[in-house]
Design a protein around this ligand. Structure first.
Ligand code: AMP
Length: 554
């Protein structure tokens, strides 16, 4: 690709596997293999003395060093209480995730001989504010310029929309990965990709299918050895069973049965697991994905989308044959398996590519029309067609990218809020409730204002408790929400009771929330900084960045 385009890489930071892609000189997304020549890298981190090892070796080391190996870290993103201790230091999920990012990027740099600087990283649509922010921070600690965090199903739809001949279709993206399930309705048009609705569960994925096999094996061990010992208390056995369960699950995607052997405390037990038994012990997990799909379809119906044309399946776990079987049975259509392991990273790369083409277009238009590049949306929309054509042509000639690809880079990709967001205030009956300012599945970016009133005279400050929830109602109980942070607005002296405070929530394209509060009597305004212990910040962040700078990941 010509140097006129800044390369932006797409990274799928998965629960179980991660991968990196870029768009080549022909406009095609390409996965960059890791140093072990594999297209996906296990998201597993091994703290090996002074070295950090990520990937297959780390996964295999889990058997021998269960306490030094961290897996499924994505499930802990945005959790205030997750701290991993090693060698007297503590590590947050962001820093551990940064090692995975560094591994895929470092290996990619070796392969293509270019530095990975600008990236688009994906996260489950289901992620809330803190999980998203933590994902961004992981990228920043790794030393990247994180251009955007985008949703995995949106990325998959972008990849799908780019290879698909037929446009103008509404698709369901059924994304069952290693640790998360996302179900998303997307309207793909020639000049736009619109996410209509999204739902799912960020604690439901292939790992749960593995865990069921683990539980089955424990029972079988107890039955055959006639003991009641909980063999999972032994970390070595636990790791061993985790690995053999995942392997057996994959075998059962191909065959009707698989032998598994369990070794623990000198005993060796042989078990045969049939596909039928596997289906039986995991049926409720599959049914949960169907129920969540129906929930999402209900929301879509309320938005006027009653039908969809196609179901595409992404995520490694859709390789289990019972998944397409059940979907076929439930929805009476043939689901399409679409590049399950790679679609997300490729979609992120295409998104990055569009961003850089779009950057180039905007820069050129701004130069030509003497305008500022600040308002990108506006500049594209208000530039006369003829100038757009000229600029696109120039850019195509200069970069070698086809004219239609340059034009398509202005394609609009609109996503929705995956949660509802509000603040705690008192209801007329004086009980506390969460007043949602932004409702789930609203198109982003979005800005909403609402005025609240101070409960007391001479109040010195207002504490704004920022809440996140799954409901679609305007007012919900505090118990049904989680607090994602707080913000403080200092008030002028001597305000009477019932003084108005106007709160504005602004949720940007990538799901970052900004809160502004205005005390309207003196028009004091604060951009309230969200204080949260769930995401690394301040000194801790600076230290993590410093540590990561000197780090080579193996
Ligand atoms: P992803 O996060 O999309 O990479 O999905 C990874 C998940 O897919 C893990 O739980 C894998 O065990 C699972 N997976 C990958 N290949 C298969 C397969 N052939 N059969 C069943 N599950 C699989």
């Amino acid at each position: 690709m010509s140097d006129a385009i800044n390369k932006i890489f797409g990274i799928d930071l998965g629960t179980t596997y991660s991968s990196i892609a870029y768009v080549d000189e022909y406009g095609k997304p390409v996965i960059i293999p890791n140093a072990e020549n594999q297209r996906i890298t296990p998201s597993v981190v091994f703290f090996d003395g002074s070295e950090i090892v990520v990937g297959d070796v780390a996964k295999e080391s889990a058997k021998l060093y269960p306490n030094e190996v961290v897996s499924f870290i994505k499930r802990s993103m945005g959790e205030a209480n997750f701290l991993y201790e090693y060698d007297g230091k503590t590590y947050r999920p962001e820093e551990i995730s940064c090692y995975i990012l560094r591994k895929v990027a470092q290996d990619a740099e070796q392969t293509i001989g270019e530095k990975v600087q600008d990236v688009v990283i994906t996260c489950p649509a289901y992620f809330g504010i803190n999980e998203r922010e933590a994902t961004r921070k992981a990228g920043e600690i790794a030393g990247f310029n994180v251009r955007q965090i985008i949703n995995e199903p949106t990325a998959a739809a972008i990849a799908y929309g780019t290879v698909q001949e037929t446009e103008n279709r509404v698709v369901l993206v059924y994304d069952l990965g290693g640790g998360t399930f996302d179900i998303t309705m997307i309207d793909i048009q020639e000049s736009s990709i619109d996410v209509i609705c999204t739902g799912g569960d960020h604690n439901l994925g292939g790992k749960d299918w593995d865990d069921r096999i683990v539980a089955f094996l424990v029972q079988e061990f107890q039955r055959q050895t006639q003991s009641e010992e909980d063999i999972l208390e032994d970390p070595d056995t636990w790791q061993d069973l985790q690995l053999s369960s995942e392997k057996s699950k994959k075998i059962l995607s191909q065959r009707d049965k698989t032998p598994i052997s369990i070794t623990h405390g000198g005993d060796r037990v042989k078990v045969e697991l049939s596909r039928d038994k596997f289906l039986e012990i995991t049926e409720d997990l599959l049914e949960r994905t169907i129920a969540l799909t129906h929930e999402m379809l209900k929301d879509a119906k309320n938005k006027g989308y009653e039908h969809f044309d196609e179901i595409i399946m992404v995520g490694g776990s859709t390789r289990m044959p019972q998944i397409p079987d059940r979907i076929r049975q439930e929805f009476g259509m043939e689901p399409r398996m679409f590049d399950p392991d790679e679609a997300v990273a490729k979609g992120a790369a295409i998104y990055g590519w569009k961003l850089s083409l779009n950057d180039g277009l905007i820069k050129r238009i701004a130069e030509k029309t003497n305008r500022s590049v600040d308002d990108e949306e506006d500049i594209i929309e208000t530039t006369p067609k003829q100038i757009m054509e000229e600029v696109a042509k120039e850019m195509s000639e200069e970069t070698g990218v086809t004219l239609s690809a340059v034009k398509r880079s202005t394609m609009k990709i609109r996503d929705v809020a995956s949660k509802s967001f509000g603040v705690v205030a008192r209801r007329p009956n004086n009980q506390e409730g969460v007043f949602n300012l932004i409702l789930k599945n609203t198109v982003v970016p979005v800005e909403t204002k609402r005025t609240f009133y101070t409960p007391e005279a001479n109040q010195e400050r207002v504490l704004i408790r920022i809440m996140e929830n799954e409901t679609n109602e305007k007012v919900v109980s505090v118990e049904h929400s989680i607090e994602i942070g707080t913000a403080v607005l200092d008030l002028p002296e001597g305000l009477p009771e019932d003084s108005p405070v106007e709160i504005t929530f602004n949720l940007n394209r990538e799901g970052r929330l900004q809160i502004t509060a205005i005390e309207t009597s003196e028009n004091r305004q604060v951009v309230a900084k969200i204080e949260t212990s769930s995401v690394i910040q301040g000194k801790e962040l600076a230290e993590a960045i410093e540590r990561a700078q000197h780090l080579v990941v193996h």
